[in-house]
Design a protein around this ligand. Structure first.
Ligand SMILES: *Cc1c(COP(=O)(O)O)cnc(C)c1O
Length: 377
């Protein structure tokens, strides 16, 4: 049986990227590595749509989230934490671990944050120095209104907007400089089509200024040190050389396709997947503003969610993600971020139809596939 990866991270890695990463290791202080690194830096600026340095950290995405906190703030700083899912909670855990004073703004799982409520809170509590949020909340499949929030924060000198863009960068439009976002973060194993192991972070001038007054301890993730090295096409410590090679290949692929086309491809297959799911009589978990990174599908009452996920794997070799925490068995999450094309979606929708059919759910075989074909033809 073949294996298919349809979880929203880690995502499939293209064959040419795998081959590139199999190249012999070169020394990272040699000119050959610096030449690759220089092109990678330019490619990352293109991807983030920024003139700022995009720093490469050797960690999973959470490492860059931690770096944002430890480099920008000081103990006791008030920050607004937007929570509408598992990854919003992670921001909360991080700021508590570093002794900040979180102000929580919660929204129901499955719904986007309301920018008016965020602005209201910032105006009521002017001591708040940062907003921590996701652009795409991967646990619920919902996109938050970053542009609207940035319209407000970009005009204020004393508050930074920190965006976990881990399932947004390379999926949909979020130009960092144009919108005035202060920190953008992503990781290698999502839309960047790489194995896990790299995290990326970029800071605006305002964020770098705030970093100057931070008094939290950091060493491995000291971003000033990373920026100084990066400008010399180096990293302060040994980089994940093979992953940087893979990244070089990926950035070349993204540039060749063009960012606009990359976003359009994601939107097209996400939209078709959502329509196919609805045509099967199933509901989307996102009440509004669904993310083009993944589709979270509500498991019907009569179906056991864990058994459905197991059926995908045992019968068809397909890995999808279930829900997290209180919605563990209630949803399944189907990825379309990264190395996916229209034809891939037929596999996962076919498996969904067949699994539900086998489990006794009254689905008309072909109902989802028919719509998928109609939308993608
Ligand atoms: C995957 C993901 C993360 C990071 O998780 P790691 O396991 O540390 O890479 C953070 N935020 C979001 C929204 C994610 O999807």
């Amino acid at each position: 049986m073949k294996s298919y990866l349809f979880a929203p991270g880690p995502t499939p890695v293209p064959e040419r990227v795998l081959l590139r990463m199999a190249m012999p290791i070169i020394h990272h202080r040699e000119e050959a590595f610096k030449a690759v690194f220089e092109e990678v830096r330019a490619g990352l600026k293109y991807l983030f749509q920024t003139d700022q340095e995009v720093l490469i950290l050797t960690s999973s995405g959470t490492g860059a989230m931690e770096a944002a906190i430890s480099n920008l703030f000081s103990e006791g700083d008030e920050v607004l934490v937007v929570r509408a899912g598992k990854f919003g909670q992670r921001w909360g855990e991080l700021v508590e671990a570093f002794g900040l004073s979180p102000v929580y703004l919660d929204f129901p799982w499955g719904e986007p944050a309301d920018p008016a409520k965020i602005v209201e809170r910032l105006e009521a509590q002017p001591a708040i120095r940062g907003i921590l949020i996701q652009a795409s909340e991967t646990s619920t499949g919902v996109m938050h209104p970053i542009r609207e929030i940035a319209k407000f924060t970009s005009k204020r000198e004393n508050v930074v907007l920190i965006v976990d863009g881990i399932t947004a960068v390379g999926v949909f439009e979020m130009p960092m400089d144009e919108w005035g976002i202060d920190v953008v973060i992503t990781g290698s194993q999502k839309a960047l089509m790489l194995p896990p192991g790299l995290a990326f972070i970029s800071l605006s001038e305002k964020a770098w200024k705030m970093a100057e007054s931070s008094s939290l301890p950091c060493y491995y993730f000291d971003l000033k040190k990373h920026r100084t090295s990066s400008k010399k096409n180096q990293t302060p410590y040994t980089p994940a050389i093979s992953l940087v090679f893979g990244l070089h290949e990926v950035l070349g692929m993204l540039r060749a396709e063009g960012l606009e086309a990359v976003f359009a491809r994601h939107h097209r297959i996400a939209e078709a997947t959502r329509e196919a799911v609805k045509a099967m009589g199933l509901a989307l978990f996102a009440k509004s503003s669904p993310s083009d990174a993944l589709t979270a599908v509500v498991v019907p009452e009569m179906v056991d969610g864990l058994a459905l996920k197991k059926a995908f794997l045992d019968r068809y070799g397909i890995t999808v993600a279930g829900g997290q925490d209180q919605i563990k068995e209630k949803i399944i999450r189907i990825a379309h971020l990264g190395y996916f094309d229209p034809v891939d979606m037929f596999q996962v929708i076919a498996a969904l139809e067949m699994s539900l059919y086998k489990m006794g759910y009254p689905v008309k075989l072909g109902s989802g596939l028919g719509i998928l074909a109609e939308k993608l033809a």
